[in-house]
Design a protein around this ligand. Structure first.
Ligand SMILES: Cc1cc2nc3c(=O)[nH]c(=O)nc-3n(C[C@H](O)[C@H](O)[C@H](O)COP(=O)(O)OP(=O)(O)OC[C@H]3O[C@@H](n4cnc5c(N)ncnc54)[C@H](O)[C@@H]3O)c2cc1C
Length: 378
């Protein structure tokens, strides 16, 4: 007899949201995590994450972003907290860069409010930036950043209030599914449920190894800098930004208190595995971003204040996986968030809860289907 309706492997950014959305619908939920709540060993730590709607990655994400924003606002309202900070998002780069064109096309297609600025206007409005003379900026006021660790804590609290149970510091070693139940073997014994959700982040390749998914785990280093003029880097004077240069991309998030802005490189990290990740700070981690800062955000060119090593879980097309397991209807996989998933976390919770609920009649989303990634027979 299954003790639970659903077991969730991984209670990080996505698993915590799934736990809440499934539990609030009356499911008996158990979420298991190898670490502790809102830990710093996976992909959801580092104090801040960018949230934006003009999506250069693909305009098909926009309707989902509208819903994700609604759910983030709902979380703020229900908990009396403020996770969302709307300082705006500035996309900078050469006008012909495919991502700048992507942001503009997406904003126009979906009627998203935005401003197109030249380099002089960018510097005039936000003196902390020094774009290249030919750069343009697409500014989206309806964007900014939110607070991932707090979001996880709140989702966990709400899940618990709705009856979800948790096992922390417990590693799932294997699972076995039949149409009626899923048995999960952990470092602390076996658990049985009707359904399984795998939200294991960078450990997805291990937990779904039979699928041989073509996923790459990428090392990413977050860096915090002491600015020369701290006031110019606060969220009321500086937007979050992504800067596309000829062959690289850097992003930044302003400071909310005295911690200094976070400025780091987007992609370009070593390919690794979750267990082999090098969490130390290498000389080149700092020197690469400092060279960028000297050229384009000179106000932030002070001492390095802190760093945190994190992981992207990349699919070949950078789109997510959110689908039923191809061999097991009662196993749902939510992973491969490819470095841009956090802003969708409550929506991933809602969609997964729908997929678990026969009455919800939700079909998996084509863009996120697992079969597009499978090499062998489907
Ligand atoms: C540096 C960095 C910057 C980013 N910036 C942005 C951004 O600005 N905007 C944005 O939208 N997204 C951003 N992202 C992406 C986003 O943060 C991730 O997509 C998201 O956090 C992934 O959540 P997750 O639940 O898949 O992974 P995690 O939060 O890592 O959760 C996975 C969980 O599974 C657990 N687990 C794994 N294996 C087992 C096992 N065998 N047994 C038990 N538990 C297990 C882990 O302990 C972990 O808690 C960024 C990511 C990084 C790394």
């Amino acid at each position: 007899m299954a003790t639970y309706d659903t077991i969730i492997i991984g209670a990080g950014g996505m698993g915590s949201a799934v736990a809440y959305h499934a539990a609030r619908r009356g499911q008996r939920v158990l979420a298991i995590d190898r670490f502790t709540p809102a830990h710093d060993k996976g992909s959801s730590h580092g104090r801040s994450r960018v949230i934006r709607k003009a999506y250069f990655e693909d305009p098909r994400y926009v309707p989902m972003l509208h819903r994700a924003y609604e759910l983030w606002h709902e979380l703020d309202r229900n908990t009396n907290e403020k996770l969302l900070h709307f300082c705006g998002v500035l996309n900078m780069g050469p006008a012909e860069h495919e991502c700048i064109r992507g942001v503009l096309d997406c904003a126009r297609e979906h009627g998203l409010p935005h401003e197109l600025l030249d380099a002089t206007e960018i510097e005039r409005r936000w003196p902390t930036f020094k774009p290249a003379p030919d750069d343009v900026g697409v500014f989206e006021a309806d964007g900014g950043f939110h607070l991932p660790e707090r979001a996880i804590q709140l989702h966990l609290q709400l899940a618990e209030t709705n009856g979800a149970e948790f096992r922390w510091s417990t590693e799932v070693r294997s699972w076995k599914a039949t149409p009626d139940e899923v048995r999960i073997a952990t470092s602390d014994g076996e658990h049985v449920a009707k359904n399984l959700v795998i939200t294991a982040g960078a450990w997805l390749p291990t937990l779904a190894n039979a699928l041989a998914l073509p996923i790459k785990i990428e090392r990413q280093v977050q860096l915090w800098w002491k600015p020369k003029d701290a006031a110019l880097c606060r969220h009321d004077r500086m937007p979050a930004f992504i800067h596309f240069t000829a062959d690289r991309a850097y992003y930044g998030i302003p400071s909310t208190a005295d911690e200094g802005p976070k400025i780091a490189r987007h992609h370009g990290g070593d390919i690794t595995t979750a267990d082999a990740l090098d969490r130390s700070l290498r000389t080149e981690d700092e020197s690469d971003v400092r060279a960028y800062i000297r050229n384009h955000v000179p106000n932030a060119d002070g001492p390095l204040l802190a760093h945190a090593v994190c992981m992207y879980t990349n699919t070949p097309d950078d789109h997510f996986i959110l689908d039923r397991h191809p061999q097991h209807e009662n196993v749902i996989i939510a992973g491969g968030f490819s470095g841009h998933g956090f802003k969708f976390a409550p929506l991933v919770g809602e969609i997964t809860a729908d997929l678990l609920d026969a009455n919800a009649e939700r079909e998996p989303i084509g863009l996120f289907e697992i079969k597009r990634l499978m090499r062998g027979p489907r």
